[in-house]
Design a protein around this ligand. Structure first.
Ligand SMILES: Cc1cn([C@H]2C[C@H](O)[C@@H](COP(=O)(O)O)O2)c(=O)[nH]c1=O
Ligand SMILES: [Mg+2]
Length: 230
């Protein structure tokens, strides 16, 4: 329960509000018509790039060239029911809704286009509710609705990214980058609700982990489960 007594919900964008995987496959096939591809029903693992790399190393960069292109993130279609659910959720009493999304490290187009997407599909008031972070575990909330099956803390991925981008820096320089995240909480404040997406649908969750199958599923009951009884 968030401090004010209301339920605070973080909602991911790619794979939850915006159909990243559908657009990725369609645009990859358009750009590379002769190359092998993976049907959505065969997708396994969060990073599509890694699964394509397993087919052949050069397919990884070909795939990432698709989502690094201008217009990719802005053109994503909303997932069925997502926009209606977000508007209804944000109008519920005692409910704070934020969008929480991780931009790609090739951020030139992605970051701006995520803001534009939110304004286009949800309206300007939701732009104020958009959080971009490479580490969702340091954001305080009751719930995180996200399609990524494993969400790591202590900037496991983000700091590796920083390391990679400062190759050749002195040890002091790298320590300087590390310093602000030392002591980050080991476990996040929120409960992760796995939103079903092609890459995670085969996974068997261990109780008490919970899923939201789609926006037609009972997301209201999940929010209610976090409310303090009167
Ligand atoms: C499948 C896949 C995704 N990404 C990127 C695309 C998005 O910007 C993030 C996911 O963000 P979310 O907030 O966790 O939804 O990951 C990628 O870089 N490579 C991939 O294969
Ligand atoms: Mg996602």
């Amino acid at each position: 329960m968030s401090g004010s007594g209301s339920v605070r919900v973080l909602v991911d964008m790619d794979g939850v509000l915006a159909d990243f995987e559908g657009a990725l496959l369609r645009k990859y096939r358009e750009r590379y018509p002769g190359e092998p591809f993976i049907e959505l029903s065969e997708r396994r693992g969060f990073l599509a790039r890694d699964q394509y790399r397993q087919i052949s190393p050069e397919l990884g960069p070909k795939l990432s060239s698709v989502y690094e292109s201008p217009g990719f993130f802005l053109d994503l279609k909303p997932i069925s029911g997502a926009i209606e659910a977000m508007k209804e959720m944000s109008n519920l009493r005692n409910t704070e809704v934020f969008l929480c999304t991780s931009p790609i490290l090739q951020y030139e187009h992605c970051v701006q286009e995520k803001f534009l997407w939110v304004e286009k599909h949800l309206g300007a008031e939701f732009v104020q509710r958009l959080i971009l972070t490479r580490d969702k575990t340091i954001v305080h909330a009751d719930l995180l609705i996200d399609d990524k099956d494993s969400i790591k803390g202590e900037s496991a991925e983000g700091i590796q990214g920083l390391h990679a981008s400062v190759k050749g820096e002195s040890a002091e320089g790298i320590q300087g980058l590390h310093a602000p995240v030392k002591g980050v909480q080991a476990s996040p404040s929120w409960e992760h609700i796995l939103f079903t997406c092609c890459h995670n649908q085969h996974l068997q969750l261990q109780p008490p982990q919970r899923r939201l199958q789609s926006w037609a599923d009972d997301w209201r009951a999940i929010l209610d489960s976090k409310r303090r009884p009167n």
